[in-house]
Design a protein around this ligand. Structure first.
Ligand SMILES: Nc1ncnc2c1ncn2[C@@H]1O[C@H](COP(=O)(O)OP(=O)(O)OP(=O)(O)O)[C@@H](O)[C@H]1O
Length: 584
């Protein structure tokens, strides 16, 4: 129960509703206890009538009265049971909602390293399946637990007062039932976890197959994929059959033990009646009803134990993530407006997971409003420079200053607010084109959206779609070409109108003419804005105020296009190569 203590803050938050729920539970159970004793009384009336101790008229009157009492208490018990669910189950839904929000907010607060260490499927599972297990504890387990407790507390003493010997025999099989159900629940849990694992493997596999359907078709891999799915599915099937086998024991076992208890009631009750130890046959009927009332709560005790164990395990997994602290935190409360000067002083950076040193002693300065291009072979550290400016990672050595202030002394949100990033792989959400562009500025007008789309040279493409800016992208909508995606992503950054633009090789999928047009527009749009352009093409870099050339994380050349072209080196070679490619 150590891990489940985490939920106490939520129980405190909803204590009033919970208390009300507990009181209602007790009232509902007390009303349900009335019925068996009135069934007994009704049988006694029939017995008295048969023995000529009651007139027909009197017997009819009494029977009607008892039936009405039974009906009224059953209705009241039903009403309170409804209210019980409405309070306690609702509280568990509120807790589920709060916990999901808390976990989601915490996920968002964590750094990229966390997302690299943990698989998306695992993150999803903890926020959905694990929270659901916890909800079962916070709602149904409490409700059924209270229910069972109230029944045991009221009914068992009542049974012993009414007929101690019958009571003893009636409840004797119950601990066995509870024990068996506990064990069955444990086996069910183990096997259903395995089934769940297979289901998630199967759904991951099928999802990947659908996403990669173009590759599968192009390589004619359908038969192989079919065989793989079949192997996975048949493994899953045998696990499901195993589960169904244990599942099938649950109800027969319950019915068997109810039967045993009923036989005890009839046998012992009948013997006592014949010996004159009890004066009415009605007590047997009353006890049979008690047996039926007690069976489910007794079975529930076993079920509850396994629910609590599962919730404990799930809450442990949730707590593991909630305890994770982001390495990159905002330590400055007041906002810090950004002008746009960027300075790298002997910056080194090693990725924690791969231990690759992506940057080594890198130093350069970009003044506000300047445009700097970063070139270099693949893997030379260009994207890493941009990630460090947005403080997605903290440097391993050296220092980054923005507006002459160490980056850690800036408000993290002000910093990111001041940056417009266009990443290498443009990510667009499954939403309309317009909303995708408005991502960084929700309140933008339609005119503003059109202006930035024109500057990103994607407007003509968009108006070519039948729904134009309302065209939905992604799984439910159309798929944009690589170049179109990149340009929508550029439009998104332009709309934000930030102090610093970070363009990470975002024109790689557009032809050189469109590239030129976009670069000219960007020049206009990003006037007085600091701009960093990462590229493999000299055409993207040649108009920059400064060009940095990286190799193995080190700065090997820097200068303007003219300066670098005047000396032998990587830049000149690249320029000449690309020039001859163009001419050819
Ligand atoms: N998220 C990451 N985790 C671990 N290692 C990384 C990560 N990103 C990059 N690296 C490694 O760091 C090195 C520099 O990568 P980076 O992406 O900065 O290069 P790049 O010059 O932008 O390459 P490209 O031109 O191919 O985009 C590479 O060796 C790469 O494998």
């Amino acid at each position: 129960m150590k891990e489940l203590k985490y939920l106490n803050k939520y129980f405190k938050k909803y204590w009033l509703k919970l208390l009300l729920g507990v009181i209602i539970t007790i009232i509902a159970r007390i009303f349900s206890l009335v019925m068996p004793s009135y069934v007994k009384k009704s049988i006694e009336v029939i017995e008295d009538f048969s023995a000529d101790q009651l007139l027909e008229q009197e017997a009819r009157g009494l029977l009607l009265e008892y039936i009405l009492i039974i009906l009224a208490t059953a209705l009241l018990s039903g009403l309170f049971t409804f209210l019980m669910r409405q309070t306690i189950i609702n509280v568990s839904r509120y807790i589920e909602y709060d916990l999901k929000n808390e976990v989601f907010d915490h996920y968002q607060y964590l750094n990229l390293n966390f997302y690299k260490k943990n698989r998306t499927g695992d993150l999803m599972n903890r926020i959905s399946e694990d929270i659901n297990q916890v909800r079962l504890y916070a709602g149904p387990a409490i409700m059924y637990g209270m229910n069972a407790l109230t029944l045991f507390a009221c009914l068992i003493p009542l049974m012993f007062i009414k007929a101690p010997t019958i009571a003893l025999y009636t409840i004797a099989p119950f601990p066995i039932l509870s024990f068996l159900i506990y064990n069955i629940s444990k086996i069910i849990h183990k096997r259903s976890t395995k089934v769940q694992e297979f289901l998630s493997r199967l759904s991951t596999f099928t999802q990947e197959s659908f996403s990669g359907v173009a590759v599968i078709k192009a390589y004619g891999l359908e038969p192989k994929i079919h065989d793989d799915v079949e192997t996975l599915a048949s493994e899953g099937k045998s696990k499901s059959v195993d589960l169904a086998k244990v599942d099938a024991w649950f109800f027969p076992l319950m019915i068997l033990l109810i039967g045993v208890s009923n036989i005890f009631v009839i046998y012992i009750g009948g013997k006592q009646y014949m010996n004159g130890e009890i004066d009415s046959i009605g007590i047997i009927a009353e006890f049979i009803l008690y047996v039926n009332m007690l069976t489910w709560p007794v079975a529930i005790v076993g079920w509850l134990t396994s629910i609590v164990q599962r919730a404990e395990a799930s809450q442990k997994r949730i707590n593991e993530f909630l305890k994770e602290e982001p390495e990159i935190r905002n330590e400055v409360d007041e906002s810090t407006p950004i002008e746009g000067k960027i300075e790298f002083r002997n910056v080194s950076f090693t990725y924690e997971d791969t231990e690759i040193t992506a940057l080594k002693n890198l130093s350069f300065t970009v003044h506000p409003g300047e445009t700097v291009a970063i070139l270099g072979k693949t893997g030379s550290g260009k994207s890493t420079v941009l990630e460090l400016i947005a403080r997605l990672y903290d440097v391993s050595g050296g220092e980054i200053l923005i507006d002459d202030v160490p980056i850690k002394n800036l408000n993290l949100f002000s910093l990111r607010e001041a940056i417009g990033t266009v990443p290498q792989d443009a990510f667009l959400f499954s939403d309309s084109i317009s909303n995708n562009i408005k991502f960084g500025k929700n309140n933008a007008t339609d005119e503003e959206v059109v202006t930035v789309a024109k500057n990103a040279v994607v407007h003509e493409n968009i108006i070519g779609f039948s729904k134009q800016y309302d065209t939905v992208l992604g799984e439910r909508g159309i798929t944009l070409s690589g170049g179109q995606k990149q340009r929508v992503s550029i439009a998104r950054a332009l709309l934000k109108d930030p102090r610093i633009y970070l363009f990470d090789d975002c024109l790689s999928a557009v032809d050189t003419e469109t590239e030129e047009e976009i670069l000219n527009n960007l020049k206009q749009a990003s006037q007085n804005r600091t701009t960093l352009i990462v590229s493999h093409r000299v055409s993207s870099a040649k108009n920059a105020d400064k060009i940095l050339v990286l190799e193995d994380g080190q700065l090997i050349q820097q200068g303007t296009h003219e300066e670098l072209n005047a000396i032998e080196g990587y830049y000149k070679e690249l320029y000449l190569n690309q020039l001859s490619e163009k001419e050819n």
